[in-house]
Design a protein around this ligand. Structure first.
Ligand code: TZP
Ligand code: MG
Length: 212
C-alpha cells in the first residue's frame, strides 16, 4: 500500500474543530490525515472522528486515527498510528487485519527494529526538534541523529518508510529527505499558519522534488 510522504496531523485547538482543520489541509492537497485527539471520552472521540471521516471521504483522503485501534476499527478508518503506550502493533494487526494501515512511533534504532518485526506499514520517528504540540517529548533526534539512524536502517536492511516528526518546518524538508527520511509528519506549522492550505501545498511541492 502507498504511504503518503506528507502526514498531516490535526491537533486540539480552542478555535477550530479537527474536521475543519482536516478540510483546510485537504484543500491544500493532503491525501493523508492523522486525527490526533487527546483527553476525550470514547464517544466524544468517535463523534469527532466520524465528522473528520466525512470530510476526508469528500477529498478521497486517507484517515489515520492516533492511539485508538478499537475506534479505528469501529469507524472503518484507513489506519491507526500507535505510540509506545497504545495497543501493540502485533495485537493491532490481529484486531485490524492485513489491509489496515498500522504506523508506529519510534525514537531509537531499537524501536525501529521492533516495529519492523511487528510488520507496521510505516514509522513516525522523532522528535526532530523541540515542539510545544506534544507533551512528554522523547530526546531530540536532530538532523545528524536521523542521518545516523537511516544509515543504520539501510545497513540492517530495514526498509520501512520513516517519516520525521516534531517541529518540522517547510525549510527542513530538503535536508530531512537527504538524511534518508521518506517524508514528514507535521501539525502546528500547518494548523497555526495564516493560510494552512497554502502551507500544505508547499510541503507537497517540496516533497515532490526529492525521490524517496
Ligand atoms: N510526536 C512527536 S513530536 C509530535 C508528535 C505527535 C508533535 C508534532 O507536531 P508539530 O506541531 O509538527 O511539532
Ligand atoms: Mg499516541
Amino acid at each position: 500500500m502507498e504511504i503518503a510522504r506528507l502526514h498531516y496531523i490535526t491537533q486540539d485547538l480552542p478555535d477550530i474543530s479537527h474536521w475543519e482543520q482536516a478540510g483546510r489541509a485537504c484543500r491544500g492537497g493532503a491525501d493523508w490525515v492523522q486525527l490526533r485527539v487527546k483527553n476525550k471520552s470514547y464517544e466524544d472521540w468517535k463523534a469527532i472522528a466520524l465528522k473528520t471521516q466525512e470530510v476526508c471521504k469528500q477529498f478521497q483522503t486517507r484517515l489515520i486515527l492516533n492511539d485508538n485501534a478499537a475506534l479505528a476499527k469501529e469507524i472503518e478508518a484507513d489506519g491507526v498510528h500507535l505510540g509506545k503506550t497504545d495497543l501493540s502493533p502485533v495485537e493491532a494487526r490481529k484486531l485490524l487485519g492485513d489491509t489496515f494501515i498500522i504506523g508506529g512511533t519510534a525514537n531509537t534504532l531499537d524501536d525501529i527494529r521492533t516495529l519492523h518485526e511487528a510488520k507496521v506499514n510505516y514509522i513516525g520517528c522523532g522528535p526532530y526538534r523541540f515542539t510545544k504540540t506534544k507533551e512528554n517529548l522523547s530526546p531530540i533526534i536532530g538532523l545528524e541523529g536521523y542521518r545516523i539512524l537511516m544509515k543504520q536502517c539501510q545497513a540492517e536492511g530495514l526498509k520501512l518508510p520513516v517519516v520525521g516528526i516534531g517541529g518540522v518546518l517547510l525549510a527542513d524538508v530538503p535536508l530531512l529527505l537527504q538524511a534518508g527520511l521518506y517524508g514528514v509528519a507535521v501539525s502546528s506549522v500547518i494548523n497555526l499558519a495564516e493560510n494552512p492550505s497554502w502551507v500544505t501545498s508547499g510541503f507537497l511541492e517540496e516533497l515532490s522534488l526529492v525521490r524517496p
